[in-house]
Design a protein around this ligand. Structure first.
Ligand code: IPE
Ligand code: IPE
Ligand code: MG
Length: 239
């Protein structure tokens, strides 16, 4: 596919809730894990298309704190796919000047997988073209609980608690809030994704399963986003 040109009015930070892998597989008579594999493969083209379009941060919701409740076989398969993604893609992402970050808790992952993620973050830490954030063992409520603990541990007094201090205690400290959040598969809920940071995000719910969400679908989302008016509480005339 031809290289995508930078898009005017492109969101700086895009969040993606990669939903519909299971239904994608079911529709083809395949086991759910094949859907997850196809979904993981899809990361590559979406990251590249986003970087070409001029996106600076892209966050992928890959495993929620609630996803531990799935059958052990599926949970283990999802862990293996994170390892595969790192093994197969990080070298190329590094060459393409992409930085990898993680949000969520790495505790709970096997020591080997935790080390893989940490090594990928270390390898790519000085890259500047795009920041790819993997939300894995991530939950927005868990993130806020963690932030409150951090503030208490730091001895912050009640009158010192502010939105800025809370933001800086989240896993996403230093990362701008998402401008656009896309949830594939037609489900319309947050499922605990970036619940603090998404206060003023634009949302979109394309009726397409994640493994089928391609460059064209992404650019369509950017076109729709560019036509929206973000008022942040003001009225049109003030913008
Ligand atoms: C999203 O696909 C991937 C994860 C939650 C890990 P699903 O597995 O939720 O797919 P559906 O919703 O069952 O189709
Ligand atoms: C949200 O999808 C989590 C990820 C995409 C990683 P789910 O499919 O787990 O969400 P619910 O449980 O249907 O809300
Ligand atoms: Mg789902």
């Amino acid at each position: 596919m031809a290289k995508i040109e930078p898009v005017k009015g492109v969101p700086s930070h895009v969040g993606i809730i990669m939903d519909g892998n299971g239904r994608w597989a079911k529709a083809r008579g395949l086991p759910r894990l094949m859907g997850h594999r196809a979904g993981t493969k899809n990361l590559r083209r979406v990251i590249r298309a986003a970087a070409d379009a001029g996106v600076k941060y892209i966050t992928f919701y890959a495993f929620s704190t609630e996803n531990w409740k799935r059958p052990a076989e599926e949970v283990n398969g999802l862990m293996d796919l994170l390892a595969e993604f790192i093994d197969d893609e990080v070298r190329d992402l590094h060459k393409e000047n992409a930085r990898l970050l993680h949000i969520g808790h790495l505790d709970g992952l096997t020591p080997l997988l935790k080390k893989k993620v940490e090594d990928a973050i270390e390898l790519t830490k000085n890259n500047t073209r795009i920041t790819v954030i993997i939300a894995f063992n991530y939950g927005g409520r868990d993130e806020i609980v963690t932030a409150v603990r951090r503030l208490i541990e730091a001895g912050i007094r009640p009158d010192e608690v502010s939105e800025e201090r809370i933001s800086n205690a989240l896993f996403t400290a230093g990362i701008p809030d998402p401008d656009l959040i896309i949830r594939t598969s037609g489900e319309k809920r947050t499922s605990n994704f970036l619940i603090w940071q998404a206060a003023y995000a634009e949302w979109s719910f394309p009726e397409i399963y994640w493994p089928d969400f391609d460059e064209k679908a992404l650019l369509t989302e950017f076109e729709n986003y560019a036509s929206r008016e973000r008022r942040f509480g003001k009225i049109s005339e003030q913008l």
